[in-house]
Design a protein around this ligand. Sequence first.
Ligand code: SF4
Length: 280
Amino acid sequence: MTLNLDTRQRAMLAEMGVRVWLPQSLEPVELAHVQVASQEASASPAPQPVRSQTAAQALEPVLAQFQALEGVAEMDWPALQASVAECRACGLCNSRKNTVFGAGVAADATPQAVDWMIVGEVPAAAEDEQATPFVGDAGVLLDNMLRACGLSRTPDAEKESGREKGSVFVTNVLKCTTPGNRNPKPEELAQCLPYLQRQIALVQPKIIVAMGRLAANALLQATVSDVQSLPLGKLRGQVHRYNNTPVVVTYHPAYVMRNLPEKGKVWADLCLAMAHLQAL
Ligand code: SF4
C-alpha cells in the first residue's frame, strides 16, 4: 500500500473538503507529522450524538463483573453472527429493531483475515433500521475516506475497478442501538464487548481504527492506563496496541459532520494507519 495519492484520490479528498499535503518521499518516522489542512464543506448534521465520556469512564469496574458472555470466546463466525442476532443479554434487546453485526469483506458466512477493521461506537437509529454500521451522512463520509485510501466495504466493486488496496470490516462496540440514541450504560457496554473481542480474534485485522471515545476506551483499556481520562485528541497521532494488533484512534464521523474542520484530522489519522501498514 502506498501513500502516494493519485489524481483520483486527491480529487476525492478535495470533494470531501480535505486538502492534503504530503512530502514527495514520506518516511514512516515522519508520518505523525503529516500535515493536513481541512476546509469547511456544506453538509447536514448527522443524527448520531457525540458520545460522552461518562459511560465509558465507569466501564472498567463493570467489565470484571460481566466479562464473559457464555461461549463467545470459542465461537466461529457463523455462530457469532447467530448469537448476536438472537442476543438478549442486556436490556437493549427490547428497544432494537435489528442487531448490527458489521459490514465489509468478512460479513458473509466465511470469515477471513482483513487488512483494516473500523470500530465505531453505538448503532444510531438509522443503523438499527438498516442493520448496517455507519450509514447516513457519517457513513458516506467514512466510505469516501476509505475509498481515498483504496478501501471499500463493498470489495467486489473495488476489485472490478482495479482500485482495491486492502480489505476492510466495519463494526461498532455495541451491537444494538440505544433508546433515543442515549449514551450506553457501562453494563451494556461490558455485556456486549465479548462480541467485538471475538470479531477481532476471528478477522485478525492488520490494523484497527477506533472511531470515537467509546471505541478507544473499549480497545485500549488494557494498554493505556489513563485512557478514560485522556481527551480523545491526546490519543491520536500514535499507534497503540490491542493485544498485538496496532490501533489508531480518531474522531467518529458523526462528530466530524458537526465539526467539519476536524475532517482533516481524521484523514491524517487514516494516513498514519496506512503508513504503519506500509512499514509492517
Ligand atoms: S447490546 Fe449487545 S449484549 Fe446487549 S442485547 Fe444487544 S447484542 Fe446483546
